[in-house]
Design a protein around this ligand. Structure first.
Ligand code: SF4
Length: 424
């Protein structure tokens, strides 16, 4: 659980992107503080409209770098003139990559009093808090402790209440959803998912992060539940963090590469169109060049559809913070190499969807008059001119995929299905 400070400059588009960053950080349990000196991470969302603004941005970045442990620079100047920040020990990122960098490889935090939240048509359902691990780089575990799982019935009732309140997408969250029930001696995630999918109504279910160590052991049963339930997005988030067993051991992760691949294979064997999401921490203190190559090889071999790459940074009070770290240049180079491979893989994934037809759910407003939608594998599809086409959040559309960017596709509606009462 990190604290962050965010500063946004420039147009309404930049402000909208900062709001999205904050929303994702809130969902992951991080909280905002005012003042970089109190924050674990400072985020500078830049503007580059005139030369004077550029000079101001650079000066502000230097000040923030001096005040905080970690600086992330994003926004227009970061994308157009990222090299200007090269002398600072800052991560220069596209805004969509900022939340994962702040999360720093840790699981999302579910606080003890976390209650379901309805945000538009998205219902956020925390099923448990805590984890079963003791990762050497993690500060979150100090705040949340060991896994504590409420009974299935309690979670099903909360899910039912969210559906009755209008949720079209249920996001099941927890620090490590794969270990739900471990504290009670029963591995109950597959049963919980089955029961939630049995609730009457038109909605979809997205399972949040499950560590490979916890998912392994129930992976066959879990993959069966996904194959049997249409309401479940065919999506699993398994943060592997490294392709090297030596680094995983130093991280004190509860899996090794073989367990991660066994879970992936179970899903691959049962699902056609599905998304594997994973995370890598680059530049962990013990990571050698050979370890880094193992991570690159794993990425090439498995080719996940969604990949978060985080440059390692120290969190105070953790064991990894005491280890002698790698130089900033090494971390920067490895992170650049991995981010380039990520972009290539994700571009291929989205390019391969062009020409296909998919049923998608409209989940939230996008920029301008567009809407953000998700297909059955939780891949992002953007539909433009929503107002003109009478499309609103909560609608289901059949679309043809007509174009793509690296991280998402564009869809052209063939049919719009909504359950809204006709206007009178
Ligand atoms: S699984 Fe590891 S990274 Fe996640 S909360 Fe537990 S100790 Fe932290």
């Amino acid at each position: 659980m990190a604290t962050y400070h965010i500063e946004t400059y420039g147009c309404t588009s930049n402000r909208g992107e900062s709001r999205q960053i904050e929303r994702k950080l809130r969902d992951a349990g991080h909280y905002r503080v005012d003042g970089a000196d109190e924050a674990d991470v400072a985020i500078l969302n830049t503007c580059t409209v005139v030369e004077k603004t550029e000079r101001n941005m650079l000066r502000r970045a230097e000040e923030l770098a001096a005040e905080t442990a970690d600086l992330i620079v994003t926004g227009c100047m970061a994308l157009a003139q990222g090299e200007q920040f090269e002398d600072l020990d800052a991560q220069v990122l596209h805004w969509e990559d900022v939340p994962a960098a702040v999360t720093n490889g840790e699981c999302p935090t579910t606080t003890p009093d976390a209650e379901p939240v309805l945000d538009g048509v998205v219902g956020i359902l925390p099923i448990a808090r805590g984890c079963m691990s003791n990762c050497s780089y993690c500060i979150t575990k100090f705040a949340t402790g060991r896994v504590d799982s409420p009974p299935i019935e309690e979670n099903v009732e909360k899910a039912r209440a969210l559906v009755h309140a209008g949720a079209k997408e249920l996001r099941i969250t927890g620090q490590d959803t794969g270990v739900y029930g471990w504290d009670t001696g029963e591995r109950k995630l597959p049963e919980l998912l089955d029961r939630i999918c049995d609730i009457d109504g038109e909605f979809r279910v997205r399972l949040g992060m499950a560590n490979p160590g916890g998912a392994h052991g129930i992976h066959e049963e879990l993959a069966e539940v996904f194959a049997a339930n249409e309401k479940l997005y065919n999506f699993i988030h398994l943060p592997v963090q490294s392709g090297s067993d030596d680094v995983l051991e130093a991280m004190r992760r509860q899996h090794r590469v073989g367990k991660f691949e066994a879970v992936v294979d179970a899903f691959e064997d049962r699902l056609d169109h599905w998304t594997l999401s994973t995370d890598f921490i680059v530049g962990f203190p013990t990571e050698t060049e050979a370890d880094h190559e193992r991570s690159m090889d794993l990425l090439e071999r498995v080719r996940p559809e969604k990949i978060n790459v985080t440059r390692f940074s120290k969190r105070p009070g953790t064991d990894a913070a005491e280890m002698k770290g790698l130089g900033g240049t090494i971390k920067k180079e490895r992170s650049k190499a991995m981010s380039e491979l990520k972009r290539e893989i994700c571009t291929d994934v989205h390019a391969s969807m062009v020409g296909e037809t998919h049923e998608i759910l409209v989940v939230e407003d996008g920029t301008g008059d567009s809407v953000k939608c998700r297909d059955g594998a939780y891949r992002q599809v953007i539909v433009t001119d929503a107002t003109e086409r009478g499309i609103e959040t909560g609608d289901t559309l059949e679309v043809e995929i007509t174009a793509h960017e690296a991280m998402y596709c564009f869809g052209e509606p063939i049919e719009v299905r909504n359950e809204r009462p006709a206007a009178v």
